[in-house]
Design a protein around this ligand. Structure first.
Ligand SMILES: NC(=O)c1ccc[n+]([C@@H]2O[C@H](COP(=O)([O-])OP(=O)(O)OC[C@H]3O[C@@H](n4cnc5c(N)ncnc54)[C@H](OP(=O)(O)O)[C@@H]3O)[C@@H](O)[C@H]2O)c1
Length: 258
């Protein structure tokens, strides 16, 4: 699937940055999107030098209501076509719904859900017309149960999982790949952004971002609908199926306490 162009949202850091590195090594052309342009520029320079990759940088804040359309307008103006869309940009916030500031939680819904759906809806028709490429959405193991203490974040990831699975099925007669990567705790700045330093989840061990990225890209290339990164995380998600929801809520409540 190389010589295709991949748009990676949230490529300035963590899992997105590692997905971009890996796909550049595999011969894909890259479009790197995030707010922190200096980090994207540095990564672009690295990838051009190390992989002779063709790399474009797109500075964008996906929290704006019209952000996705604005991104597609810039792509068109620059004559860039997207074959593979990696919807990775996202963030979480630790705290009870009423304790957290409301605008940041609305922004989270905008970035984690709305921008992801809009980019997908805007870019899929081109992929269908060319009959190649696809979408890799990054959800989380948070998608499998409710998350008291991080209510909005868990709910956004449940949306991403459900949406992606449905899309995978709707497009199964095309040559497009549609996959949902569900990482568990991963060693990235996500923890600092979410204010989760010291949370029990992460003390139990986090996977390296490069490992999660490799797993996700392989899952996408194999067109797996749902890919849970790490044996412990996959096993935990399996157990969720047999656990009463009340018990799950209590467990997550305990785990999200600092
Ligand atoms: N780390 C974990 O434990 C974990 C576990 C499960 C799922 N995930 C998911 O994995 C994905 C990547 O997270 P990560 O762990 O790699 O965290 P990260 O290192 O903090 O990366 C988040 C990326 O999203 C971008 N982003 C955030 N808000 C944005 C906005 N308004 N507009 C555009 N880009 C924005 C950030 O770029 P800028 O700040 O430069 O804009 C950054 O590149 C997220 O969807 C997250 O929910 C993470």
């Amino acid at each position: 699937m190389n010589s295709q162009t991949v748009l990676v949202t949230g490529a300035s850091s963590g899992i997105g940055l590692e997905i971009a590195r890996l796909m550049a090594q595999q011969g894909y052309e890259l479009i790197l999107l995030a707010r922190r342009k200096h980090l994207l520029d540095a990564l672009a320079q690295e990838l051009r030098a190390s992989c002779q990759a063709k790399v474009e940088v797109l500075e964008a804040d996906l929290a704006g209501p019209d952000a996705a359309q604005a991104v597609v307008d810039v792509l068109q103006a620059r004559g860039l076509q997207v074959d593979v869309l990696v919807n990775n940009a996202g963030f979480g916030l630790l705290g009870d719904h009423l304790a957290l500031e409301s605008q940041s939680q609305f922004d989270m819904v905008q970035v984690n859900i709305m921008a992801l759906v809009q980019l997908t809806r805007l870019l899929l028709p081109g992929m269908i017309a060319r009959d190649r490429g696809g979408v890799l959405n990054v959800a989380s193991t948070a998608a499998f149960q409710a998350g008291p203490g991080m209510a909005v974040y868990y709910a956004t990831k449940a949306f991403v999982l459900s949406y992606t699975e449905a899309l995978h099925e709707e497009l199964c007669r095309t040559r497009l790949h549609v996959s949902c990567l569900c990482p568990g705790p991963t060693d990235t700045p996500f923890v600092d952004v979410a204010g989760m330093q010291g949370v029990k989840f992460f003390k139990l061990g986090a996977q390296p971002a490069a490992e999660v990225a490799r797993f996700g890209v392989q899952a996408f290339q194999a067109n797996r609908a749902v890919a849970i990164s790490g044996f412990k995380n996959a096993f935990a998600a399996f157990l969720v199926r047999f656990t009463p929801r009340l018990a799950l809520r209590k467990v997550i409540r305990a785990l999200t306490r600092v």
